[in-house]
Design a protein around this ligand. Structure first.
Ligand SMILES: NC(=O)C[C@H](N)C(=O)O
Length: 332
């Protein structure tokens, strides 16, 4: 008999994938113009892959993604996946902050069913728009039973990324996302999926973070370190109510002596400081050039500054003890 098609719900949040320009060949455009219905109608072939329906959660450029949309998106994803007649969720999003939203959902979605995010670099109106095939591939991955239990996935430009550790590397190239340290979760070609690995860290169902307990998330600021960085940026973050700071350090999470002194002041006031790096690959380890035990800081491991900020916001709802925070960074 005919195999049953999966039931997939598409949650749209905006981004360039829903962007529009006056012509097909211009660089300027606006994100978040096209609704979820139009996104689905642009790809009639989706019907061959799954039974699909769409919901509009937001319609913003992902530069404007915030805690409240994250919480709303996580709650809606959880309640859909709890339904017997939903097999997976696809989320359309902007590329600017998809690595943050994907990792947030990876930590708070309470289900093993597939959650697949997708995006585009060219607006829906562009010559050779990349959105339609990305949506096709995302639905094909969400409908694949092999996608279950791999945490939140990001499908773009024929690659299947795990949420953790993927990052945008080009401002304009269609091939912009890279999973530098641990590689791709898989690849797909017109919906023909190949699987390479499973996630290496705790995610979704095993996570200790429940979106229902979160409420207002604490303020965490990222401070970019450069030669001669003004150390009073750290003091300003503390004075303005930051409960956590992530440093986008040089090299292996290093910073100027003056910045180290400012971090020591912040830690003394109970602010948790995570050392990440502005370098695009490699691991920030404890006690390489900075003594984390003496300074009371946390090393980010492989997490970049943006993803470190996401994890720290969640961890600060549980603890402010640097040793315990380090434990979360080693596990998630
Ligand atoms: N390519 C994109 O999606 C960029 C856009 N600014 C966004 O993140 O919404």
């Amino acid at each position: 008999g005919e195999t049953m098609k999966a039931n997939i719900v598409i949650l749209a949040t905006g981004g360039t994938i829903a962007g529009a320009a006056a012509t097909g060949t211009q660089a300027g455009y606006s994100s978040g113009q096209v609704g979820v219905q139009a996104l689905m109608e642009a790809v009639p072939q989706l019907q061959e892959l799954a039974n699909i329906r769409g919901e509009q959660v937001a319609n913003v450029g992902s530069q404007d993604m915030d805690d409240s949309i994250w919480l709303q998106l996580a709650q809606r994803t959880n309640s859909l996946l709890a339904q017997d007649d939903v097999d997976g969720v696809v989320i359309t999003h902007g590329t600017d902050t998809i690595e943050e939203t994907a990792y947030f959902l990876n930590l708070v979605v309470d289900s093993n069913k597939p959650v697949v995010m997708t995006a585009a670099m060219r607006p829906a109106t562009a010559l050779s728009a990349d959105g339609p095939l990305n949506i096709f591939n995302a639905v094909a991955v969400a409908a694949d039973p092999e996608a279950a239990g791999r945490g939140v996935l990001v499908v773009i430009n024929d690659d299947i990324h795990g949420a953790r550790g993927m990052t945008k590397t080009s401002t304009t190239d269609v091939q912009t996302f890279v999973s530098a340290e641990r590689g791709l979760m898989g690849a797909t070609l017109y919906g023909d999926n190949r699987w390479f690995r499973h996630p290496y860290r705790t995610h979704t169902r095993d996570s200790t973070f429940s979106v229902d307990d979160l409420g207002v998330l604490p303020r965490v600021d990222v401070i970019y370190i450069s030669a001669g960085v003004s150390p009073d940026l750290v003091d300003a973050a503390v004075a303005n109510g930051a409960k956590g700071i992530v440093t986008a350090g040089v090299g292996n999470g290093n910073m100027t002596g003056a910045a180290v002194a400012a971090v020591a002041r912040a830690v003394k006031q109970g602010v948790v400081v995570v050392r990440s790096t502005r370098v695009t690959s490699g691991t920030v380890g404890r006690k390489v050039e900075i003594d984390d035990d003496a300074l009371g800081t946390v090393a980010s491991g492989e997490l970049n500054p943006a993803q470190s900020r996401v994890l720290l916001k969640l961890v600060l709802t549980k603890t402010r003890d640097p040793a315990q925070v380090q434990g979360y960074f080693d596990k998630y």
